[in-house]
Design a protein around this ligand. Sequence first.
Ligand code: ATP
Length: 661
Amino acid sequence: MATILEQGNISIHTENIFPIIKKWLYSDHEIFLRELISNAVDAIQKLKMVSYAGEFSGEAGEPEIQITLDKDKKTLSVSDNGIGMTAEEVKKYLNQVAFSSAEEFVEKYKNSTDQQIIGHFGLGFYSSFMVAARVDVDTLSYREGSQAVHWSCDGSTEFSLEESDRAQRGTTVTLTLQEEELEYLEPYRIKQLVKTYCDFMPVPIKLDGEQINRQKAPWKESPSNLTKEDYLEFYRYLYPFQEEPLLWVHLNTDYPFVVNGILYFPKLKPDVDVTKGQIKLFCNQVFVSDNCEEVIPRFLLPLRGVIDSVDIPLNVSRSFLQNDRTVRRIADYIAKKVGDRLKELYRDNREEYVRCWQDLGTFVKFGSINDDKFKKQVEDILIYRSTAELKPTTAETPAVEVQSEEGDAWQTVTPASEASPGPSYTTIKEYLERNQSRHENRVFYCTDEVTQATYVELHKKQGLEVLFMDSFIDTHFISFLEREYSEVKFSRVDSDLDDTLIEKDQAADIVDPKTNQTRGEQLKELFQKALNRPKLIIRTESLKSDDPKGTPPAIVLLPEALRRLQEMNALMQQQLAQFPEEHVLLVNTAHPLIQNLINLNQGSIIQAEGQSASNELADMICQHVYDLALMSQKGFDAEGMKAFVERSNEVLTRLTEQAAK
Ligand SMILES: Nc1ncnc2c1ncn2[C@@H]1O[C@H](COP(=O)(O)OP(=O)(O)OP(=O)(O)O)[C@@H](O)[C@H]1O
């Protein structure tokens, strides 16, 4: 029989602390394991420290934590080969420190209705009583000549302390589980918990001899020790079966707060919910939370990876966290690092920057709209694909100031590819400077390269530079740019035609003595009659070109203000913008087809009263020209498509009949 060293009452001030602990956050009982393993890790680290300090000269052995499950005895034990405790320490730490921290915690939160406590850290050792009917601690201190001791407590405020015959240094905490907590005897459940909370703890955690944690936490390593493959491997580990990230940033600072972490830029998809964070929050390699929406700026939510900081308060509510000064400074630090990373890539590897821009751009734009500081940081590296043929970008292009701190490493996923001309990219500033003499303070942009191809081509042919603003965030971003550059007018290529695209057409003004109408008026009337759309505005202009056949016979224009109104209404009603009936059909009088049309129609006027065959054909061709112009603005509905096909066949039949005559 072991010598009983002491029996007594644990000094606590809150009566019946156990029922409160047991009830505390029922769903979070599982954190007891995290707490026990954290204590075991601490005990192992402490042994290292006393060893370094020369206070321990014995054999430390390989650090390790063992979890043992015994279904018969209904026990779960966590065993470490750390520093251990003397009888005095057991009394001090388990009876007083542990209890007082548990008491303090319960005191603080027992009336709290806010269940959103971020980490539930600090409950410590006594969280065991959430699941255990009895807790036994068997421990032997590293101190020479120590007597091993056994502490036991059955959940009441009474404890017993006896001598133990334990021979190995370290501590074993054994929980005899309550009947309703027997799930913690299942190996799969323990593996799952270790994987969630303790995967990156720096000591091997073993269950039945098998190591069940990954142990290595790359974010704690020096960036210079990590290869590209290490970063990628870690990403795949955290987010299996996902596309490779574009690039990453390794956070590593000790002052004025401690933050470590690796943040990855994933490829952004329009359907990704950017309001849901996927960055994992850790505290000293212990998993805290699956998102840290309160810790990082909103616009950084699309990023993935890990942030680890002991300076983020965890026993607080999420709303408190948001307003915490240190947390806000940490958030600013992270945003700045991300901005620096992008600037560095822009400066050092422009090709790579451009390659990733399709995805990065959305992110950078989102950040610019949402965060003024970030906007200032990245405004010079916001680029747009342009129709201008600019010189291939090189590393010598305007340098961007990048602040780098020792220890921060920036890596890119793909090495710079061989220089290839590729598409040109420009900043708005460069665009405005380049085009100042031709169209001051005016930016032409295109939101859909395919449907707006005709318009882009028209601009290009006349040497007007068009920017592609075709990512899903760009509609919002253009409004943002307009606020930023208040003196600049942004016009979509299909909103109106710049004067430089139009030639003064003398012929259109000639009055036909037979009808007393100008050619322009005749055409307008012809189209009005054929199309019969009262809201349609018909304009006749001669489009400038060396080869009129190369320009379209007609185009549909949608005035900028009108289109935006439409888009806004649609947004408010959460619908897709409908194509407004009120739009402009610009008929290109320079095109041979339009010239022929006038002749065809005139022929019919002379020929006969009423609707002649050529009259009919002219009408049909008008409708056809309109349909073709409309096609680049909107698709046909079923009826429109049917009419278009039928008319195409009819027009072709008539034309072939005429040609065969
Ligand atoms: N496995 C162990 N080996 C050695 N000492 C231990 C062990 N477990 C607990 N202790 C001692 O008991 C004390 C109380 O533990 P407890 O978990 O309640 O609080 P803590 O670890 O100090 O802080 P926290 O509340 O953040 O967990 C510890 O500080 C430590 O000195």
